[in-house]
Design a binder for this molecule. Structure first.
Ligand code: PEP
Ligand code: MN
Length: 339
């Protein structure tokens, strides 16, 4: 059920509706929009009787939701969500660029890349302290020591930190040191983890699972929103197909597909989406051209020596070239308003 308030409904009227929802034992999710507020209802085991709401002051209509998702949908919020991270945004007018190494390996390695990311004008730095590796014998990340390096990078350059949490204990730590919690492709359906980040005050970067359908991905976002965290960025990072010429198949059609259903911002990861250095820039260009709100790019000063995902890492020079190119494309796709 979705309660659509009248355009002139007062805050007190919205609160009164939320009270009724609570009294019924459900949870209300108010989403203020440019013209009106809508309130999503979750926690109801079956259909909600619209007569509870229809005659309340300020209510325009009570609409049954037949789709599997209630909160990620444009029905609830027709304007795009702009995720605000300090003075940076994802989903707004600017193209969000998140760049950095796959893993934080050493302080020097991370700082050299951070300097280049800062110089490029990007606002977000990425780097894993907890790595979800296929092999238990591969480098697993520096853990909290890696987070401390990330915190120092934030302090030095003012970059916003995006880093992955693999489990609930990891979320506690990431919340202490970072600005955006990344949920990796392998964790997209770790439902206890999704619920935990749903309770976080930090925005969540939710990667698409390796074999996730659009519905499964959006329902993963729904898990987070249902707990009250509405600051979510979806990230298309490639899916498993029969193709052998790439690590994954970057499904760029996911960008307009998400746009048609959801108000959440969506970004593209051409690094994991291709797994190959020479394909990252072409697919980054394509991602921006198709309407992505941003890019997440792996960068390493010495890709040959990277402890993780070196084959897809851009050098510092290649990265700067990519930024120049995608900015030019973004300018054509979404020209800055004349002020
Ligand atoms: C990463 O960003 O380094 C990563 C592990 O990504 P994914 O979860 O998409 O594989
Ligand atoms: Mn990686």
């Amino acid at each position: 059920m979705l309660i659509v308030m009248k355009s002139d409904a007062t805050e007190a009227q919205v609160k009164a509706v939320l009270r009724v929802i609570e009294e019924l034992g459900y949870r209300g999710h108010p989403m203020p929009g440019a013209s009106r507020t809508a309130i999503g209802i979750t926690g109801n085991p079956g259909a909600v009787d619209p007569s509870h709401f229809e005659n309340l002051p300020g209510v325009s209509e009570a609409v049954r939701v037949s789709k599997p998702y209630k909160l990620v949908t444009l029905d609830l919020r027709s304007e795009k969500t702009v995720v605000q991270v300090g003075d940076a945004t994802i989903g707004g007018e600017e193209l969000a660029i998140i760049a950095g190494p796959c893993a934080i390996e050493t302080r020097d390695q991370a700082f050299v890349v951070a300097e280049a990311v800062w110089r490029s004008g990007a606002k977000f730095f990425r780097g894993g302290a907890f790595k979800p590796r296929t092999s238990p014998y591969a480098f697993q990340g520096l853990g909290e020591d890696g987070l401390k390096i990330l915190e120092d990078i934030r302090e030095t350059y003012g970059l916003k930190i995006v880093t992955e949490a693999l489990d609930e204990a990891g979320v506690d730590l990431v919340e202490r040191y970072a600005d955006v919690i990344q949920i990796g492709a392998r964790s997209m359906q770790n439902f206890t983890l999704l619920r935990r980040v749903g309770k976080s005050r930090l925005p969540v970067l939710l990667k698409r699972g390796l074999s996730a359908t659009l519905d499964e991905w959006l329902l993963a976002a729904e898990y987070i929103m249902a707990e009250g965290n509405y600051q979510i960025v979806l990230c298309e990072r490639g899916i498993r197909t029969f193709a052998q010429h790439t690590r994954n198949t970057l499904d760029l059609s996911a960008v307009p597909a998400v746009r048609r259903i959801s108000h959440l911002p969506v970004i593209v990861d051409p690094s994991h989406g291709t797994g190959k250095n020479y394909m990252v820039t072409p697919l980054a260009r394509a991602g921006v051209a198709v309407g992505s709100d941003g890019l997440i790019i792996e960068v390493h000063a010495q890709p040959d020596h990277a402890l993780c995902d070196g084959a897809q890492a851009l050098t510092l020079e290649q990265y700067q070239q990519l930024v120049n190119e995608v900015r030019a494309i973004h300018e054509v796709i979404a020209p800055a308003p004349v002020s």
